[in-house]
Design a protein around this ligand. Structure first.
Ligand code: AHM
Ligand code: MG
Length: 339
């Protein structure tokens, strides 16, 4: 598959402005929000690239709200994004995987009509070993767009289908920004020589069926029977050549979803006997990725229900997820039902 499918020379700013012009109610506020966010991402990308050189690697003594050790680069990325976003006048509240509570807009800045949630550096266990990591984000409109009051928990806990936009940056062999505002998924690649994200893939479509599955098999002894049967099925050769599937698992959701968007197949983080809701967070990780995959023509469920229809009940809640090619996700759902 080609990784460049457009000959247009378009920066992400131009692209977002043009998309905004399609909406009669657009005020330019949203474009400015995204401009600030892409600045933050450019700074994080630069710092990730330098992280082996300056002394930002290593584990802090801190433990994050999920009880995991936090790497210093995570904290740094979190701070960069907050500092880039808290004073623009477009947001009324933020929430980050690294902060236990809501992040308010500080005085004297204006509370705008959007909500930003993000995972500043996803794949933290891969930071020290120079394996791809990323930033995931999602944007909602606040429940009362006319309000100038600080945003509330209810503004953040909206179901995923209400996302106005979502995306991720992947700090891989190049830095790419994958983005959708509900009009398909576009991919931008950062050109460090000119400091711009350029459109490199327009309206990516995930194949209806793939040949790759992605899951932490080390947990298989804790899976439910239906899931074990499904994976056994994927590994059994078929006469028509559609099986066996290959296993690919980076351990950075951003990278595993990125590959799935291009090649198809299925990414799974299921529940098991010790983690009844899996590991990944609905608000910061699973909702934005599900939005993108659906926008690319794929499917995302918790094994039964569409992820984007779930009503979040708490900021850091976890949810099992099965995300990828439509036919592959439908198939795992069948196996899970049959047990
Ligand atoms: P993080 O937010 O601490 O980086 O954790 C999330 C990551 C995902 O990127 C990845 O899919 C998953 O954890 C891998 O978990 P595991 O090591 O249990 O397979
Ligand atoms: Mg994460």
């Amino acid at each position: 598959m080609p990784f460049l499918n457009t000959s247009k020379l378009v920066t992400i700013e131009r692209h977002i402005t043009e998309e905004g012009a399609l909406h009669p109610s657009a005020t330019g506020e949203f474009s400015r929000l995204l401009r600030d966010l892409t600045l933050a991402i450019r700074i994080v990308a630069r710092d990730v690239r330098r992280s082996g050189l300056n002394d930002v690697l290593g584990v802090t003594e801190d433990v994050n709200v999920h009880g995991e050790m936090v790497k210093r680069l995570d904290i740094h990325a979190n701070e960069v994004i907050i500092r880039a976003m808290d004073h623009g006048g477009h947001l009324c509240v933020m929430a980050s995987e690294e902060n236990e509570d809501l992040i308010p807009i500080p005085e004297p800045y204006h509370n705008g009509k959007y909500v930003l949630v993000f995972d500043p550096l996803d794949g933290s266990s891969n930071i020290d070993v120079n394996v791809s990591i990323g930033t995931i984000f999602s944007i909602y409109q606040r429940l009362d767009p006319t309000s100038a009051a600080p945003g509330s928990l209810a503004d953040v806990l909206q179901p995923g289908y209400k996302q106005v936009a979502a995306g991720y940056a992947m700090y891989g062999s190049s830095t790419q920004l994958v983005y959708s505002s509900g009009n398909g998924v576009d991919i931008f690649t950062f050109d460090p020589t000119i400091g711009e994200f350029l459109l490199t893939y327009e309206k990516i479509k995930i194949p209806k069926r793939g040949k790759i599955y992605s899951i932490n098999s080390g947990n298989s002894y804790k899976w439910e029977e239906g899931l074990r049967n499904y994976v056994r099925h994927l590994l059994s050769p078929s006469d028509d050549g559609t099986r066996p599937f290959s296993l690919r698992y980076v351990g950075t959701m951003v990278a595993d979803i990125h590959r799935t968007l291009h090649y198809g197949g299925i990414f799974m983080y299921p529940r098991d006997t010790t983690s009844p809701n899996g590991k990944l967070r609905l608000v910061y990780e699973v909702n934005p990725m599900s939005f993108l995959v659906e926008q690319a023509g794929g499917r995302a469920t918790d094994g039964e229900r569409r992820i984007l229809d779930l009503e979040p009940t708490s900021l850091h809640q976890r949810v099992p997820c099965f995300i990828g090619s439509e036919e592959d996700v439908l198939e795992v759902e069948r196996f899970l039902r049959e047990g």
